[in-house]
Design a binder for this molecule. Structure first.
Ligand code: FAD
Length: 498
């Protein structure tokens, strides 16, 4: 392949923006093609009837990943974005009326668990140390580097991790590990919940994923002062400042190839030549629709993997303000195992769903009219398998209203004054996510983390991937890292290091 000067990025999701900013900053000519009218992909913005909502993500972890992106491009994050660290990460409501506050201070959080459950402060501190050890051992291997590079496995940290497999806890499930630390069902449920941060089932996902709670509770949970969408706006501004171009309402219909190398893309019926293509679109979608399944050897194994969780979100403009609720709130189900069985096995919306309520107007008054709140209400849902979504959504809406009424004592039925709904079908159509999955593939097996698509194609030269369905996975910090890894692979290629 000739040297890389011009790069096309398909999609202006956070992963695509991250790759583009870094490439533009390194002197490449970068053009992003985005099918929607604005940047951000799942991290977008919705405004109606005086309310504003973040459409997808609601919580930022690992803010240092964002800082690094701006630093690498010679800029300062604080010139683009004001981040606030949350003192209270989440307020948990349990069916037995327990209300438990997840404080960002780990000691305070452990004391709260000891106060509200039958578990001791010491057992929680021990658990925090266990989860921190997993992070220390695995983050280099699973988060920060490309699994396609031999050098990844040769670093001192990676070798230490491989020699400490027991500590990484790959053989137990998350739930088994959590149940071994705690005797109270509530504590176990609270820590099992972190499996959903990468779209998985805690009763199947390997305990290594207990790393996620460390990322939130030790490294901190954040929100930008103007809502999560301002992260998308900030990186979009960074791309433009570094000289990258973004073309909106430009749906790429195919990736053009010449033998075993890419030569460009087709967009709006026009063929455009590029030296390399970075796809921020879902990897299954990329292989199936943009490459017409022409590289089946690489895509076949991906298609067999189970997609991650999807979700149903109700964006509700609510009359009144509610002191009982904080910015992030969870109303837990009675039987968590049954809930995941319904989602992943029966592929229906849970009969007793765990309900997540995010209210950004609690920290940004502009997001709702005076005397009102903007409730982003989400449940975990199965990926799209042509369920009758109209029925699923109708039943889910009723269940949520009843649950909010019984657990919080708030009769919201008459208080919903504005409404919009996001289902797995819309997640699929708006962002091209395979079957509406939110986080690419699920991690419901011991090997899943190793089967995720690499950031560089093994069959087509010049084709790279970033975003939630590629390594290292979904969630804001991880997709920004995926953009970093993809751009580094291109830069490395240019320097003939690879
Ligand atoms: C409801 C919900 C809640 C979430 N909560 C959290 C959270 O609290 N914290 C967190 O960290 N993460 C959360 N996430 C996950 C997070 O939003 C995603 O992992 C991340 O934003 C995905 O980024 P991405 O780079 O994969 O791109 P995506 O957001 O998937 O965007 C891909 C982009 O590519 C474009 N595209 C696709 N095909 C084409 C084409 N052919 N031509 C042109 N453009 C194309 C799409 O339009 C889209 O803009 C949540 C997601 C959802 C949906």
């Amino acid at each position: 392949m000739a040297s890389i000067k011009k790069v096309a990025v398909i999609g202006a999701g956070l992963g695509g923006l991250s790759a583009a900013a870094r490439l533009a900053s390194n002197g490449f000519q970068v053009d992003i093609y985005e099918q929607n009218k604005s940047a951000g992909g799942k991290a977008n913005n919705l405004k109606f009837d005086g309310f504003r909502f973040d459409t997808g993500p609601s919580l930022l972890t690992m803010p240092f990943v964002l800082e690094e992106l701006f630093n690498d491009c010679g800029e300062r994050l604080s010139d683009y974005l004001e981040l606030k660290k949350l003192e209270l990460t989440c307020k948990y409501f349990f069916p037995d009326n327990t209300i438990l506050n997840a404080f960002s201070d780990q000691k305070r959080f452990a004391e709260e668990i000891a106060l509200k459950t039958s578990d001791s402060k010491e057992s929680v501190i021990k658990y925090f140390k266990y989860s921190e050890d997993i992070y220390t051992l695995t983050s280099d291997l699973f988060l920060y580097n490309s699994p396609s590079q031999v050098s990844t496995y040769l670093s001192k940290k990676a070798l230490t991790a491989l020699l400490n497999l027991k500590k990484i806890d790959t053989l137990r499930t998350m739930h088994k590990a959590n149940a071994s630390f705690f005797k109270d069902k509530k504590t176990v449920q609270l820590f099992d919940r972190y499996a959903t941060y990468n779209g998985s089932n805690p009763y199947l996902a390997p305990a290594t994923l207990n790393i996620i709670q460390h990322v939130e509770s030790k490294l901190g949970a954040y929100v930008p002062a103007n809502g999560i969408y301002s992260i998308s706006e900030a990186i979009e501004a960074l791309v433009k400042k570094k000289g990258g171009n973004i073309f909106y309402e430009s749906k790429v219909s195919s990736i053009l190839t010449d033998g075993n190398a890419v030569r460009g893309i087709k967009v709006n019926e026009a063929e455009k030549e590029y030296d390399a293509v970075v796809s921020n679109a879902d990897v299954n979608y990329t292989f199936k629709y943009l490459l017409n399944d022409s590289v089946l050897s690489e895509s076949k194994k991906l298609r067999k993997l189970q997609p991650s969780l999807s979700g149903v979100v109700f964006y509700w403009g609510i009359k009144g303000t509610y002191k009982k609720l904080d910015i992030h709130n969870i109303l837990f189900s009675e039987d968590y195992e049954k809930e995941f069985f319904e989602i992943f096995e029966k592929k229906i919306c849970p009969v007793d769903p765990t309900v997540y309520i995010y209210i950004s107007s609690k920290y940004n008054n502009d997001d709702a009219p005076a005397g009102c709140e903007n409730w982003f209400v989400m449940i975990n849902a199965p990926f799209n398998e042509n369920q009758i979504w109209e029925d699923e959504i109708r039943k889910t809406r009723e269940r949520i209203i009843n649950k909010v009424n019984s657990m919080l004592g708030i009769n919201i039925k008459d208080k919903i004054i504005a409404e919009s709904i996001l289902s797995p079908v819309e997640i699929e159509s708006k962002t091209s996510s395979y079957r509406g999955s939110i986080y690419g593939i699920s991690s419901n097996s011991k090997t899943a983390a190793f089967l995720r698509q690499n950031n560089k194609s093994s069959s087509l030269k010049g084709l790279y991937f970033c975003g939630g369905s590629a390594h290292p996975g979904g969630g804001i910090p991880l997709v920004i890292l995926s953009g970093k890894i993809a751009s580094e692979l291109i830069i490395k290629y240019e320097h003939n290091d690879d």
